[in-house]
Design a protein around this ligand. Structure first.
Ligand code: MG
Length: 389
């Protein structure tokens, strides 16, 4: 079964106020949109991902949308949501069996919810994530209650929404009188049954600046006060790579101009590798070799910053948030100070924390040992996590 994902990020966010579009606003150190992309990459069985963006953003995309696997197909959106979805479908969906659509304004979607929705759509034709109403729901108008709806029949629709491709084509071909607010509504009007998949209260929709603060609170550690010291976990990571001619020197996701680079199966970014091990170690989730074995051709020449982002996802899934990270790079040459802040930005972005939680320091080894002789660069890292649930 071939599954294509369309992440709808084409909206202008009128309810959010002016300035930058909400899906590109920073949320705990990364753009809102990046969280959805990461969730779809971590979900199993997603073969292609299209991101539908405002035309101006699609023409000049931010660097965070480059690289990664599967590579993103960037598409300029249309006037209405359904036009944007149709543009995404035309870009990647032609040979898909199931198409899953997600709203980029829901950054906290979990890979598990994506997988369950896709699987239900494969069996039933169409499926959406939805949560049962917790509150009593009233109809109202003119400042008065006009009626009470039977609560057990009320479900609040979320995304992801997934469809067999023939069902989605039928749905998009309809031209209903009223504006459709989601793809499921079009599928219903086209006469296709839509299956309900139990959604997730955490999968909130960011509509206002207050929603962004709520999402930030869900992502960022609330501190030791809430969990006690027993909620804290510390991890240690170490890595060393040999310096050789003819390779770029990549440290903390930054290309440092130098005559030599680090030798390795991936891009040999020892900073990312040490931090990855510190994070995985703190969460009791194994090590970099277990998750990204260097015998696996998938990781040959891999962008270690992307591996670090995946490790941060593993740590989040295990119920932890990152409090802080600190590293020491042992390198005789070159001088790293001019690049340190850029490395902190890249590492913080990959992990999903603000720069202030990431320390990176350069040290020489006073000419002693292999690092001191300039034959290798070594990195030590520690990470502190706090349990969130
Ligand atoms: Mg390494």
């Amino acid at each position: 079964m071939r599954v294509a994902a369309i992440i709808a990020a084409g909206g202008q966010g009128a309810r959010f106020g002016g300035g930058q579009v909400k899906q590109l606003r920073p949320l705990a150190g990364r753009a809102v949109l990046e969280y959805s992309i990461e969730a779809f990459r971590r979900a199993s069985g997603i073969d292609a991902i299209a991101v539908v963006l405002p035309a101006a953003v699609a023409a000049d995309p931010p660097p965070a949308l480059a690289g990664g696997a599967p590579p993103l197909v960037l598409v300029a959106g249309g006037a209405r949501r359904r036009d944007s979805v149709a543009a995404g479908l035309a870009a990647i969906g032609e040979d898909a069996d199931v198409v899953v659509i997600h709203d980029a304004a829901r950054p906290l979607v979990s890979p598990g919810l994506i997988e369950r929705t896709v699987s239900a759509a494969a069996s039933h034709g169409a499926a959406i994530a939805a949560v049962a109403a917790a509150d009593t729901v009233k109809r109202g108008g003119g400042g008065r209650v006009l009626g009470t709806l039977p609560r057990h029949e009320i479900f609040l629709a979320q995304t992801p929404q997934a469809f067999r491709v023939d069902v989605l084509r039928d749905a998009l071909a309809l031209e209903p009188d009223a504006e459709a607010t989601d793809e499921a509504m079009l599928a219903e009007l086209a006469g296709h049954p839509v299956h309900l998949v139990e959604g997730d209260a955490r999968n909130l929709k960011i509509t206002t600046p207050e929603d962004l603060e709520t999402a930030e609170r869900l992502l960022v550690p609330s501190g030791v006060r809430d969990t006690g010291v027993e909620g804290l976990r510390i991890g240690n990571g170490y890595d060393l790579h040999r310096l050789v001619e003819g390779r770029p020197l990549i440290l903390g996701g930054v290309h440092v101009p130098f005559a030599c680079g680090l030798l390795g199966h991936s891009d040999a970014d020892a900073v990312c590798h040490a931090v990855t091990d510190a994070l995985l170690g703190a969460a009791g989730a194994g090590d970099i070799g277990r998750h990204f074995p260097d015998t696996d051709p998938a990781w040959a020449g891999a962008d270690s910053l992307a591996l670090l982002a995946r490790a941060a996802g593993i740590v989040r899934d295990a119920g932890f948030a990152v409090v802080s990270i600190d590293t020491v790079i042992v390198a005789e040459r070159p001088k790293l100070a001019p690049f340190v802040d850029q490395m902190r930005d890249r590492v913080a972005g990959a992990v999903g924390v603000e720069r202030g939680r990431v320390g990176i320091k350069g040290k020489t080894n006073e000419g002693v040992d292999a690092t001191g002789a300039g034959e290798a660069i070594a990195v030590h890292a520690v990470a502190l996590l706090v349990r969130q649930w």
